[in-house]
Ligand binder design. Structure first.
Ligand code: ADP
Ligand code: MG
Length: 350
């Protein structure tokens, strides 16, 4: 799992291929799947045609040492995750992702084989989520690796969901479970420290498999649009969970001009996540609402849709919206009201 810096023999240097050789090499296995892609890689720009639908577009930039650490993030996973985080943003608009572009800056520290690994992950994500790679840019960097993905999606105009549509009394709903990706990172950071002291040590991470997978191989909730359509539910607002729900709730409330009550006892937590929080002696609620990178969807629905969604295993009703003047609060298991903060919230404060 951890990078072995001594295995650089028998590797192909990027200089041997040159920029154009590299681009041809890494993009040759990608196939176009969408009618809306009129022109993909190979010209000065891609050409897309969404006919009567609207196009949504989202982009992210990931920097080595800031957003990822290659000592425990395999390059294949990094490629996959870089795509997924952008598809998640497209899903949060209630759109269907259709195309991506990928731009990379690499230093000569990386052999061709490393870039192949990165693109194997990107390829896997393109196949799994059925999106077309339609372009990008390739350049050199003096130090680390940078990767920027832009995702495009399509949606009928009346299906678009913004952060700004929530109303007082709407129910707050979350897909999946939260907090696991953050605790997965804590385990990986701890194993990295152990590895630095004793490189012979092969960690047994079996008991952490779910939370590590949530960190290294998150998925975008491309299934939610259809699930909600089948249930005949149209949310009033939506956002994806990249920074932790505390911060995302604040975005929804601010854009919609409402307040919110979030209920501690309604938070969907995986048992493995709860066990690891106990092992690390940290409060699971604090992590669940402030830990990021879960890439679940958080949305509001009208109160009258309660019967359509209650008991559905994909969704948890975790709170409700209030008038803006009431502010944003967590209602604890002991029924005390604590003001939500974007970051650094602590169960022991106040
Ligand atoms: P330009 O000089 O116009 O920037 P490039 O020579 O950089 O063109 O790119 C040639 C083609 O390859 C373009 O279609 C571009 O979108 C695509 N491309 C370049 N780099 C990448 C990459 N890292 N991943 C995917 N496509 C790429
Ligand atoms: Mg270029």
């Amino acid at each position: 799992m951890l990078e072995d810096k001594n295995q650089n023999q028998n590797k192909t240097s990027l200089a041997q291929l040159g920029e154009f050789g590299l681009i041809d090499h890494i993009t040759k296995n990608f196939k176009i799947q969408h009618k809306s892609t009129l022109k993909g890689i190979g010209d000065d720009a891609a050409v897309l045609d969404f006919q009567s639908k609207k196009a949504v577009l989202s982009t992210d930039l990931l920097i080595e040492g800031v957003h990822f650490d290659l000592s425990y993030m395999p390059l294949k996973h990094l490629g996959y995750k870089a795509v997924v985080v952008n598809l998640s943003d497209v899903c949060a608009m209630n759109a269907t992702p259709t195309q991506i572009t990928v731009s990379i800056a690499v230093s000569n520290r990386f052999p061709l084989e490393a870039i192949e690994e990165l693109y194997a992950g990107i390829h896997k994500a393109c196949e799994f989520y059925k999106v077309d790679l339609v372009g990008g840019d390739t350049t050199s960097s003096t130090t680390g690796l940078m990767i920027s993905v832009t995702a495009v999606g399509e949606v009928e105009e009346d299906q678009l969901l913004y952060r700004s549509g929530a109303k007082d009394n709407d129910l707050l709903v979350l897909t999946g479970d939260i907090g696991a990706a953050y605790m997965g990172l804590q385990v990986l950071e701890r194993e990295k420290q152990v590895f630095l002291v004793n490189p012979q040590n092969q960690p047994d991470l079996e008991m952490y498999s779910y939370i590590i997978e949530r960190q290294l191989k998150p998925e975008a909730r491309t299934d939610v649009k259809e699930l909600l359509e089948k249930m005949d539910i149209k949310p009033t607002s939506m956002i994806d969970v990249s920074d932790g729900i505390s911060s995302e709730i604040m975005h929804l409330c601010k854009a919609s001009k409402v307040g919110c009550n979030l209920y501690e006892d309604k938070l969907p937590l995986d048992p493995q996540f709860i066990n690891v929080c106990e092992e690390f002696n940290i409060d699971s609620t604090t992590i669940a609402i402030n830990g990021g990178e879960d890439y679940e969807l958080l949305f509001t629905i009208k109160m009258e849709d309660f019967d359509k969604i209650k008991g559905n295993p994909h969704f948890s009703i975790i709170g409700h919206m209030t008038p803006e003047s009431e502010g944003m609060h967590l209602i604890t298991r002991e029924n005390t009201k604590i003001a939500l903060k974007a970051r650094g919230w602590n169960a022991l404060e106040e």
